[in-house]
Design a protein around this ligand. Structure first.
Ligand SMILES: CC(C)[C@H](C(=O)O)[C@@H](O)C(=O)O
Ligand code: SF4
Length: 421
């Protein structure tokens, strides 16, 4: 069996499972975000009175945090009421951050667990060797009642990535390149395992970038074998009471792809598809009106550090805005302690409180008709970040930062190391 199948077999209480089988699994943890008040209504409609385990559920206010409308304030109010009524152990209110950042930070995520959330980017947690997948409001309501859900065991697609990146190319460029090569429907209902010499050496943040965007290829979940960086992060935050699932040596992958990223230049996904990907030099000179660095894809300390290093002592272009939103309060505090926030504010950045912000077009920097945004996030369909007449390019935080500097899509290698060439 594959490690993912072993996770599901354990959770289903059976000795083995195989791709295509329908199994009922016990969920190890469930998250509901502030777009899913409907979950509570469905919970009650189904006759739910108390949740299956108040220690294994959290509500996270991140998509509309702090509440930008009366409606979202009302939603937060009702959800806070449910948290109190049910005595949930974990609640992440408007002062914490994006669910996929705050849950690992809080020591909720560990290898071998089944984590479900009302968010498609729950695939992010494959970075920790967990089975993370998104569910809808109704499924989540049944899970809150029973602690269980049915799943079809996904086929596992191996994506082997080898090589060492050239300077100026980051993990986001790698996943964009993979998506550009394989396409947005390459992995529908499959599990993606990322492996290879490039992946083995990755730190936690870069692992999260790759797994986060697995769902942009349709994946049900993502997986990486935990390395030392992941294990020490989890030991620090969660503890050691977990078992790392190991794929059998004789497991045969039904699907596999191999990439070498040794000569990969920075990439961008051009409007309006995540898999319309090309090297940055094919779209340089496109004027940009806004750059956004943030979200569960590109709002971590490493992303902010790259931007600060590129923009320290400089001024962004007068015709371009740079919106920067740390993925969590912990990230914000650390970036502040390291001076990155000051560097970026002095360079002209607009800093907002941790959360999703404009990533899904909610608030804190949506774009107007005819505007172009270079974004370190994960989706660029029309209307994603504001007006449907806007255009979104997806890139690394480095591409976003230097494009804000020049006011047009720019190759960050020209500014790497602080000197513009
Ligand atoms: C929560 C939900 C509305 C959505 C998702 O499931 O991904 C959002 O987070 C997004 O990124 O579009
Ligand atoms: S940051 Fe963006 S992609 Fe991540 S959960 Fe929020 S809206 Fe979705």
């Amino acid at each position: 069996m594959h490690a993912i199948e072993k996770i599901m077999a354990r959770a289903a209480g059976v000795p083995r499972v195989g791709a295509g089988e329908i199994v009922t699994v016990k969920v190890d943890f469930a998250e509901v975000n502030d777009l899913y008040l409907q979950t509570i209504y469905s919970f009650r409609e189904m006759g739910g009175t108390s949740v299956w385990d108040p220690e294994k559920i959290c509500f996270v206010f991140d998509h509309y945090a702090p509440a930008p409308t009366i409606r979202s304030a009302q939603i937060h109010k009702e959800m806070r009421g449910f948290v109190k009524e049910q005595g949930l152990t974990h609640h992440f209110d408007i002062n914490t951050g994006v669910c996929h950042q705050v849950m690992p930070e809080a020591g909720i995520v560990r290898p071998g667990m089944i984590l479900v959330a009302t968010d498609s980017h729950t695939t992010t947690h494959g970075a920790f060797g967990a089975f993370g997948t998104g569910v809808g409001a109704t499924d989540m309501a049944t899970i809150l009642i029973s602690g269980e859900m049915w799943m079809r065991v996904p086929e596992v697609m191996k994506i082997e990535i080898n090589g060492t990146l050239p300077q100026g190319t980051l993990a986001k460029d790698v996943i964009l390149h993979v998506m550009g090569q394989l396409g947005a429907s390459a992995a529908v209902y499959k599990a993606i395992e990322f492996c290879g010499t490039y992946v083995e050496g990755l730190g936690v943040s870069d692992r999260m970038v790759l797994c986060n965007m697995a769902v942009e290829m349709g994946a049900k979940t993502a997986f990486m074998v935990p390395n030392e960086a992941v294990l020490s992060y989890v030991n620090q935050r969660y503890g050691t009471d977990f078992e790392v699932p190991v794929t059998d040596d004789d497991f045969e992958y039904p699907l596999s792809h191999v990439f070498d990223v040794s000569d990969l230049p920075p990439q961008v996904a051009v409007p309006h598809r995540v898999d319309h990907v090309m090297p940055i030099d094919q779209v340089e000179e496109v004027p940009v009106h806004q750059a956004f660095i943030g979200s569960c894809t590109g709002g971590r300390l490493e992303d902010i550090a790259v931007a600060a290093d590129l923009l320290r002592g400089k001024q962004i272009h007068p015709d371009c805005r740079l919106v920067l939103i740390p993925a969590s309060s912990e990230v914000f505090l650390e970036a502040n302690q390291k001076g990155y926030i000051e560097d970026l504010m002095k360079a002209g950045a607009t800093i907002s409180t941790p959360g999703c912000g404009p990533c899904l077009g909610a608030h804190e920097g949506v774009i107007a008709e005819g505007e172009v945004c270079i974004s370190a996030t994960n989706r660029n369909f029309p209307g994603r970040m504001g007006s449907t007449g806007g255009a979104i390019y997806l890139g690394s935080p480095a591409v976003a930062a230097v494009s804000a500097l020049t006011g047009k899509l720019t190759d960050p290698r020209k500014y790497w190391g602080g000197e513009s060439v």
